[in-house]
Design a protein. Structure first.
Ligand code: CP
Length: 312
């Protein structure tokens, strides 16, 4: 078993934005995840590096994958993890977000994991706590551990980032996954395309070094990886989005449209998927092409790596 003392530190105290990480930081997390990937396939998955450590999950938005995989990751590492029930907390009695941060900090946790809808809220919380903070997704800003598990999944398929083109497709404007993946894949040397209907074209497109397409078939032409995104209905204020059927006809990925990508192109999606909205249902389940389940599985190893590294 690897010793905690042998794991290196990240250049940052907190993991809030991929944008702030170095290539060495990213490689440290990917390489460490590789160690845990082996143990996660064993019958006994325990790697108790974090015995006696206390971790708090603080999720202000719904989650299945991120919440549960952080919890599994912490438990496999032997840490004590508490999922704070926001609805049952004193936030509902008027306690402010920052007073909540002060209160949790007073109990001496070793790490706090936060998902919040408001851009900037995670830095505010981080400024009030003594321990490191890991983002589990912040508004439309970033979702760093999703991009790390996506990169790990691509790497596991034997791809060299410098040799591949990836199309990130769909609701780019409201997607923190698109932003984190952009920063990570760019740092690692991949070519990136943003592909969206005009109503989901990012208003800050000039901030990204990408090829932009407003047509799905043209946008995925000859690429190695097609990453589809969910429509982030919870963040959309405008009424400009068409019906699910109309969106699927125009921008849903189907077997037919996928013929434009390389013959061995792989499909990714951070989940949750909306079948027959952004992706044809049977294509999402096609294990020869779809990496969706691998992404979820790899999320546990990546989050174990993040917990082990951030608690150094
Ligand atoms: N990909 C992702 O963040 O999924 P959850 O919202 O289920 O955590």
């Amino acid at each position: 078993m690897i010793e905690h003392s042998k794991i290196s530190k990240l250049s940052q105290k907190n993991l809030i934005r991929i944008e702030n990480l170095t290539v060495e930081d990213i490689n440290l997390i990917l390489d460490t995840a590789k160690i845990f990937q082996g143990s996660n396939k064993e019958k006994n998955k325990s790697m108790p590096l974090l015995n006696g450590r206390t971790i708090i999950n603080l999720f202000f938005e719904p989650s299945t994958r991120t919440l549960i995989s952080f919890e599994i990751a912490a438990r496999r590492l032997g840490a004590d993890i508490i999922n704070m029930n926001i609805e049952g907390s004193s936030l509902r009695k008027g306690e402010s977000l920052l007073d909540t941060a002060d209160t949790l900090n007073a109990m001496n946790p070793d790490l706090i994991i936060v998902r919040h809808s408001i851009p900037g809220s995670l830095n505010e919380i981080a400024s009030r706590i003594s321990c490191p903070l890991i983002s589990a997704g912040e508004g439309i800003n970033e979702h760093p551990t999703q991009a790390l598990l996506d990169a790990f999944t691509i790497q596991n398929r034997g791809k060299n980032f410098k040799d591949i083109t990836i199309s990130i497709c769909g609701d780019i404007e409201h997607s923190r996954v698109a932003r984190s993946n952009y920063h990570l894949l760019k740092k690692m040397g991949a070519k990136i395309r943003f592909v969206s209907p005009n109503y989901f074209k990012p208003t800050d497109l000039d901030q990204f070094d990408v090829e932009y397409f407003d047509n799905l078939e043209a946008g995925i032409s000859n690429v190695d990886i097609v990453m589809m995104l969910r429509i982030q209905n919870e963040r959309i204020k405008e009424a400009s989005v068409p019906s699910a059927n109309a969106y699927f006809n125009d921008f849903g990925l189907t077997y037919e449209k996928l013929k434009r990508a390389k013959p061995d192109a792989l499909i990714m999606h951070p989940g949750p998927i909306n079948r027959n909205v952004e992706i044809e249902s049977s294509l999402a389940d096609d294990l020869d092409k779809s990496l969706i389940n691998e992404q979820v599985e790899n999320g546990v190893s990546i989050r174990m790596a993040c917990l082990a590294i951030m608690t150094k």
